[in-house]
Write a protein that binds this ligand. Structure first.
Ligand SMILES: Cc1ncc(C[n+]2csc(CCOP(=O)(O)OP(=O)(O)O)c2C)c(N)n1
Ligand SMILES: [Mg+2]
Length: 568
């Protein structure tokens, strides 16, 4: 009996086919001579839709945003110049646990083998610099060859998806059209099944501790979203009648209207009832917890010593470390393993502070701005925040089914504008709202043109406060280095798309803002709000003030008079 011969495909076509099978429908990036041949294959095969961006940095942010909603994203750049522009975003995906495939059209193998000097290199005879650089910010990286392409393409895509980390592959420009033998079946994205004994022992140990506890609690970091266990965690919380807190990186991962939702735990700045519940629980289950100064109120967070730490592929329970267990199977097993609790003693909840409505003619302040924004949010929104005073978003209560997109760990200003293009591409039917400062916006503003080019209809709320207000809380309250050029932001939709139908608003008073907020969402809405450069909510300023102490130490230049501080 003769077996049917393995199918043959061109390497580039196979790569595009695999991305498509992995659920990627769009490719972001910038063309270059070393990647045009793959772009032609994309064009001819229709395997993916090309979304050209203004820069590779923005493409890396867009692919990250796309992956947040789609599970996997991809971008295409050219050798060196494109790749290094994208490396900031790829580093961010690594830090934030986002699965992104970065493809660089690279130097032809002919030139590599013959040592021919080529452009977009260091002109020093080496072709490995960028491959080496990306090895530090990816879970896997490779230069494809006709020998390894069939296995390495699968290994990298699968690694990105399993690890929730970016990968980098160089596709030498003279091999994309070569035929290789490829697998006939589709690429299947799945986590490796757990080791059965390890899973049993792990679940037994966790369930025993959680069942014996009088006041168990759950603390959720972003990996609960990345590994897709949010609904399982709510199920577990319900079964145990245990409260669930999030850290700021996991904003909206747990429905904020879920009855057992506690709030945000960030150490000392947390609301007292959240702090009390997390720090005094006799059994805390922490999911993917990664403490940084910005997620722990400058290390004032203090988890109980016996906290169970569950991660994507491993769990720590007391002295025991369980490997080869996957998070979903673990949480499912624990749900089975704990008894149904009918009710525990009622927990204290925070009383919502009633605030009087602001006077319409009053000059717009951050306090009034964020109060109005609370009323603007609605179920199902995709909500973005960039760095800056817009961090006040963390204090808003999100309606059900909202998705929060931020980059708390990596914190690269401008991320949100590129990432917004990505989420809009992944889920154009949802309402996407961006909260961004003027300084952050200036880094990646031109990607607004791509958003307009594709007729997307996000709502962009930009705070024009003349510079880097959040930085003024660290140092240089009035120093010129924290000032920026004054742009006519609300005119930009017109600049970026001559025939735009976007609705633009320049807001100076509470009444102006209310008018902008009443506009229908049938077009892109751009709201530039002009506010005082020394205006920021107290939690934002406090966090900057403390950050300066940590950054510069006791001998640093920070003093109350050269820092923006909350009114005392
Ligand atoms: C790529 C990058 N460069 C510099 C910084 C440092 N940084 C953090 S916040 C910030 C200022 C943000 O200003 P803006 O967006 O206007 O927000 P505001 O606080 O004024 O509302 C800067 C420069 C950074 N986080 N990322
Ligand atoms: Mg600003």
């Amino acid at each position: 009996m003769s077996s049917s011969p393995a199918p043959r495909m061109k390497i580039g076509d196979f790569l595009l086919r695999r991305l498509n099978e992995a659920g990627v429908r769009h490719l972001f990036g910038v063309p270059g001579d070393y990647n045009l041949e793959l772009l032609q294959q994309l064009q001819d095969s229709g395997a993916l839709k090309w979304i050209g961006t203004c820069s590779e940095l923005n493409a890396s942010y867009a692919a990250d945003g796309y992956a947040r909603l789609n599970g996997l994203g991809a971008l295409l750049v050219t050798n060196g110049v494109g790749a290094l522009s994208a490396i900031n975003g790829i580093g961010g995906s690594y830090s934030e646990h986002i699965a992104v495939v970065c493809i660089a059209g690279s130097i032809p193998l002919r030139s590599v083998e013959r040592g021919l000097g080529m452009h977009h290199t260091m002109a020093d005879g080496s072709y490995d610099h960028f491959l080496d650089a990306f090895a530090h910010v990816t879970a896997a990286s490779v230069r494809l060859t006709p020998r390894n392409a069939a296995t390495e393409i699968d290994r990298l895509i699968l690694t990105a998806w399993r690890e929730k980390r970016p990968v980098y592959m160089e596709l030498p420009s003279d091999i994309a059209y070569l035929d290789i033998e490829v697998p006939a079946g589709p690429l299947v994205l799945a986590q490796p099944p757990s080791d059965p004994e390890r899973l049993r022992s792990c679940v037994t140990a966790m369930a025993a501790r959680l069942s014996a506890a009088k006041s168990p609690a759950i603390l959720v970091d972003a990996d609960a979203d990345r590994f897709g266990v949010a609904s399982e965690l709510m199920e577990l919380a319900e079964k145990m009648q245990a409260p669930v807190a999030i850290i700021n990186t996991a904003k909206s991962v747990i429905d904020e209207h879920f009855p057992l939702y506690l709030g945000m735990y960030i150490g000392k700045p947390s609301e007292p009832h959240v702090r009390e519940a997390i720090e005094s629980t006799d059994c805390l289950l922490a999911i993917g917890y990664r403490p940084l100064e910005v997620t722990t109120g400058d290390f004032s967070a203090s988890l109980p010593a016996n906290t169970i730490h569950a991660r994507g592929h491993a769990v720590d329970v007391g002295d025991d470390n369980y490997q080869a267990v996957t998070l979903k199977e673990v949480i499912r097993g624990v749900i089975e393993g704990v008894p149904q609790v009918s009710q525990r003693a009622p927990r204290p909840v925070a009383a919502a502070a009633a605030r009087p409505p602001a006077d319409g003619s009053a000059k717009l302040t951050q306090a009034a701005y964020w109060q109005a924004m609370q009323g603007y949010l609605r179920e199902g929104d995709v909500l973005f925040v960039d760095n800056g005073t817009s961090y006040a978003v963390f204090g808003l209560k999100f309606p059900p089914k909202c998705t929060f997109v931020g980059s708390v760990n990596w914190g690269s200003i401008g991320y949100s504008v590129g990432a917004l293009l990505g989420t809009l591409t992944a889920a154009p039917e949802r309402r996407h709202i961006l909260f961004v400062g003027d300084g952050s916006f200036q880094v990646t503003a031109q990607e607004l043109s791509t958003i307009l080019r594709h007729d997307h209809k996000p709502v962009i709320f930009l705070i024009n406060n003349g510079g880097y207000t959040i930085e003024r809380g660290y140092l240089g309250k009035s120093e010129p280095y924290n000032d920026i050029a004054s742009w006519s932001y609300a005119d930009l939709p017109k600049v970026f798309r001559r025939d735009t139908s976007a609705r633009s608003f320049v807001v100076k008073t509470v009444g102006d803002l209310q008018n902008a907020l009443s506009a229908p969402n049938d077009r892109l809405i751009f709201v530039e709000s002009i506010m005082d450069r020394y205006d920021a909510l107290a939690p934002v300023m406090n966090s900057s003030n403390k950050g300066a102490d940590l950054d510069y130490g006791p001998r640093g230049p920070q003093r109350p008079d050269n820092q923006l501080r909350p009114a005392t």
